[in-house]
Design a binder for this molecule. Sequence first.
Ligand code: FNR
Length: 355
Amino acid sequence: MTGNRKDDHLNFAAAQQREEPHRTPWDDVRLVHHALAGIDAADVDISTSLPGGVRWPLPFYINGMTGGTETTGRVNAALAEAAAETGIAIATGSMSIYLRDETVLPTFRVLRDKNPRGFVMGNLSADATPDQARRVVDALEANALQIHVNSVQETVMPEGSRGFGAWSENIAAVVEATPVPVIVKEVGFGMTRETIALLASLGVTVADTAGNGGTNFARVENDRRAGKDYSFLADFGQSAPFSLLDATTLPEATQRPALLASGGVRNPYDVVRGLALGARAVGVAGTFLHTVLGETGLDAGADGTERLVQQITDWRDRLTEMYAMLGAATTQDLSTTDVLISGELAESARLRGAD
Ligand code: FNR
């Protein structure tokens, strides 16, 4: 432990990325190959759209991670430079710390300063008031605001909250008062169709299912603890593909937000898997953090930026090729591509009535 939560999160999440590659729930999603379905790559457009007139050139984005300390500010600078060069949308980590201490603003605001024309999202917890949400949006000149719902993380976090009862009401008030789209996200434990339908009733137009299989915040927080052991929660929650399948079982007439998917995304195939299951775009946190930090840890200098620009550009090109191979001219087309679901994912989806 460094004694600082933001630095701890970064260090423990980065350490998880250095573990041996493992199977993830995305591996239970296979795209069906139709050998004559292909189209010309020149006819492919991988851009995507979200409610509120939002258009992103890439169907994947840098999910909310960090800011608030000198080290995390440097990581944000590297992420922001890569975002500016590639046009990828990017989010800050939680800015609750900024609400208590305005001097930390530059460590978040670097996302806007280095990326003046980019799509930048702020991030706050569901404890936030409309006034706090507006302060963050203004301070960042944010294009959207992520509100995270993280009851599992808080439960394991040594200094975590136990008060989640006001969240739905808070979210409705923040959506009502915030001048930019509000994206409600989990932090790696997934969402159900019930949560998704409830969010729609609160006025939320975009939800990020942020499921398990990638950065594991039950483990991160347990690793930060001395004394109490919460390791039994390490497998808690649902995956993003499960959430996307679960949403398909909602009655046709149910209002629902546009869905984003994240959690455990490792490569362009995982992005395609999420889009094929109906996500409008797919979020990446741990994998890109690992790229920026490199094998050694905190060398978030120019090399980190270069590595991330290269990776994002590669993913863009691989996605264009895969869309062509699968016969999808647009991201919307990809959502009707045939998929096969197997293993534990198929079993749990079937239990919830998805086939
Ligand atoms: C996160 N994540 C996160 N989410 C959020 O809404 N607010 C936050 O402050 C943070 N902080 C944070 C720090 C670090 C270092 C990481 C790696 C992640 C969660 C993130 O947005 C995402 O939901 C999960 O990490 C799952 O995605 P990956 O990492 O498996 O791609």
